[in-house]
Design a protein. Structure first.
Length: 278
């Protein structure tokens, strides 16, 4: 306690920093700008719940057909659903084959020890970023134009996009390993291959497998959507049914998709749990 305080003398208030008011004013401006932009977004997107309520009456006929599925198309839909799952499977396997070796080149703890390694690391990381930037729908549309309608462009689109996703996940798993085994092998004179084979792979193999299963689960959902642009699978016929207003067949397709996706999701979650992943 100072002498002034002990004597009961009031100390002058600390001078406010010269930029404090400017910062506070800027925060208010930013907040008002966000509110104004949100209001404009509501106007531009024509957000109006009353329209939804008004359209409920016209949806009565559609709902009456949806609740009465047309089971006559089930055999053909089963074949197309199987094609959808196969597209996701082959696309995921293609991504694993490509991203597995590249992920070691995109791991900081393995590549930043030399100038050449840093260049390779930067290039591979850039490839992963570029592949992740393109949505599977855009890639599928591009490949449909290149190779025609069918499941093959869907496989290519899912595969390339998944290379970027799996490559990132794989490389980050490698970067998170325990360096102890790697240093021990290096201390014994092990070469780069032996370091990866005995020091890295045993630590990341379960994680790699879990990520691969999870990616296949995601690709199954994506492959359904890719059919809309002609990339094979059940999505293409789902779009046709919607275009022809055949809602009873749409209902059958939705039910089948729900059952298959739920079953595969449960199987995927069980496998990843067995591998020690959430």
């Amino acid at each position: 306690m100072t002498a002034e305080k002990a004597a009961g003398v009031a100390l002058p208030a600390r001078a406010e920093k010269p930029y404090a008011r400017a910062v506070s004013f800027a925060k208010w401006l930013i907040g008002l700008a966000l509110v104004a932009y949100t209001a404009l977004a509501v106007v531009h997107t024509e957000f109006n719940p009353l329209k939804l309520l008004a359209g409920a009456a016209s949806a009565k006929e559609i709902l009456s057909e949806i609740v009465h599925p047309d089971w006559s198309v089930l055999p053909s839909l089963l074949r197309l659903m199987n094609e959808t799952v196969e597209m996701a499977l082959i696309g995921t396997l293609l991504a694993i084959i490509i991203s597995f070796p590249l992920s070691f080149l995109a791991a900081k703890n393995l590549m930043l020890g030399s100038a050449a390694g840093r260049v390779v690391y930067a290039v591979v990381r850039l490839i992963f970023n570029v592949l992740r930037a393109f949505e599977p729908m855009l890639l599928a549309l591009l490949f449909v134009l290149m190779v025609g309608i069918g499941p093959f462009p869907g496989v290519l689109a899912l595969g390339l996009h998944s290379v970027g996703m799996l490559g990132k996940l794989f490389s980050e798993s490698i970067e998170a390993i325990d360096p102890g085994p790697v240093e021990a092998i290096q201390a014994c004179g092990g070469n780069r291959f032996q370091v990866i084979w005995y020091g890295v792979l045993p630590q990341v193999a379960p994680t790699f497998l879990a990520f691969s299963i999870y990616r296949w689960d995601i690709n199954i959902r994506m492959s359904i959507i890719l059919g809309i642009v002609g990339a094979g699978g059940i999505g293409y016929f789902l779009l046709q049914y919607l275009s022809l207003l055949q809602y009873s067949k749409v209902s059958t397709a939705f039910i089948l998709i729900l059952i298959v996706v739920t079953a595969l999701d449960s199987a995927s979650a069980w496998l990843r749990t067995r591998l020690g992943q959430k």
